[in-house]
Design a binder for this molecule. Structure first.
Ligand code: HEM
Length: 381
């Protein structure tokens, strides 16, 4: 209990360099070839792109799924029952009729799921910098950031990263840790869909790491392997502003929203065995702050001299990192004014981050409920 309390305090405390674990790589005992492979592909796996282009792999896999012999990362049943929209999130019914045979979760039931995730975050503090929080945020983002507004495919509906084609995309390397973390919660509350659980997990992690309130509503349904998105929909960290705009405009975001979303890099770190990059962005990687923007502006960022992908390191301590796509935000005149604003005012950043991440987590979801169904969950004491 004492350790749980002290982690809660650590999560909420004002970040200091002393609470920060140094940039010691965690699981770097991997063959060099793999690190280089990750480096070459940046954030989107060319290996899988070429696999996909070898012809109709998705439709082939879809056919397998239809035959009921699909390959499942989690050994799931072929069809998940859709979770009904809870009454408390719906407009009042005119008939007053309820189906007594279906369990209808209420806002309180989702609060219980939130509480279970928050408790696990506190209890399991021996991961990475002391929390699974950052990797949960990355899971929520990667499950949503595949959205394409033109074809209306991808997005947080579906949780298709459970399946091999999408789970194996280079961009998703390491996210099994987050999916596995949430699996016992899914077992405890079997009525929640994976896709609702992943976005709720990210929402919970942000709030519990001292971030802003994030409104959330249920309504995502899990889909089968045929709905996996093609590789290459998530950003490649080695690229420039045109690429960033291409990726985020495709989801429907603008320059201000790209900068606000990038502020999530206040949290977590890069891992050589996942992306090929290494190190944290801030001195407090398990506390949400606007430090990412402050550090971008205040520190001098030099190329790191190492046998790895091109990344930046701070000149003063040489313990922090920035990706090429992070540094683009201070070089590009469309992005820069927002970095300046967010560095000056954490409240302004939190307000705009909260709006845009809520939108991100709702991409591609055919909600039956209206916007009034959004709810902010109570944080742990
Ligand atoms: C702007 C384009 C983006 C690029 C190129 C990018 C790239 C990356 C890379 C390369 C990593 C390291 C993965 C690893 O090695 O473990 C990472 C981690 C992370 N990203 Fe991003 N990212 C972007 C946007 C975002 C957004 C929009 C969010 C959330 C709203 C986000 C949240 C995170 C978090 C929390 C981590 C840390 C994960 C951990 O500690 O395990 N990123 N990102």
């Amino acid at each position: 209990m004492a350790s749980a309390r002290s982690l809660t305090r650590a999560l909420r405390s004002v970040p200091t360099a002393s609470t920060f674990k140094t940039a010691t790589p965690r699981q770097v005992d991997i063959p060099c070839r793999n690190a280089n492979h990750a480096f070459r592909r940046g954030y989107a796996s060319q290996r899988h792109q070429s696999l996909n282009s070898k012809g109709a792999i998705l439709s082939g896999v879809a056919a397998v799924a239809v035959l009921g012999t699909g390959y499942y990362v989690y050994g799931l049943k072929p069809m998940q029952l859709e979770t009904p929209i809870p009454e408390s999130f719906k407009a009042p019914s005119t008939s007053g009729q309820k189906n007594p045979t279906i369990f209808t979760p209420t806002t309180q039931d989702y609060q219980k799921v939130y509480d279970a995730i928050a408790k696990k975050l506190i209890d399991e503090d021996d991961y990475d910098d002391g929390s699974y929080g950052p990797v949960l945020v990355r899971l929520g983002w990667h499950s949503s950031g595949t959205y394409d507004k033109l074809t209306k495919t991808g997005g947080s509906n579906g949780a298709t990263m459970r399946f091999a084609p999408e789970g194996d995309h280079g961009a998703n390397a390491g996210l099994k840790a987050a999916r596995d973390f949430l699996e016992p919660v899914k077992e405890q509350f079997p009525w929640i869909t994976h896709s609702d659980l992943w976005t709720l997990g990210a929402t919970c992690a942000i709030q519990e790491m001292g971030g802003p309130d994030i409104a959330w509503r249920p309504g995502r349904s899990d889909r089968d392997v045929a709905y996996c998105t093609p590789d290459g929909r998530l950003p490649d960290a080695s690229k420039g502003s045109d690429h960033l705009r291409g990726i985020f405009y495709r989801m429907g975001f603008n320059d201000q929203e790209i900068v606000a979303l990038s502020g999530a890099h206040a949290l977590g770190r890069c891992h050589t065995d996942r992306s090929g990059f290494e190190g944290p962005w801030t001195f407090s990687p398990i506390t949400m702050t606007n430090d990412y923007f402050k550090l971008l502006l205040d520190e001098e960022w030099d190329y790191r001299n190492w046998n790895g992908p091109r990344q930046f390191q701070d000149n003063k301590t040489k313990t922090l990192m920035m990706l090429p796509t992070d540094v683009v935000l201070i070089k590009d005149e469309g992005f820069r004014p927002h970095v300046d604003r967010y560095a000056k005012d954490q409240e302004e950043f939190f307000k705009e981050f909260s709006e845009v991440i809520m939108t991100l987590f709702e991409l591609g979801v055919p909600f039956e409920s209206g916007k009034e169904a959004r709810n902010v969950f109570r944080r742990t004491e």
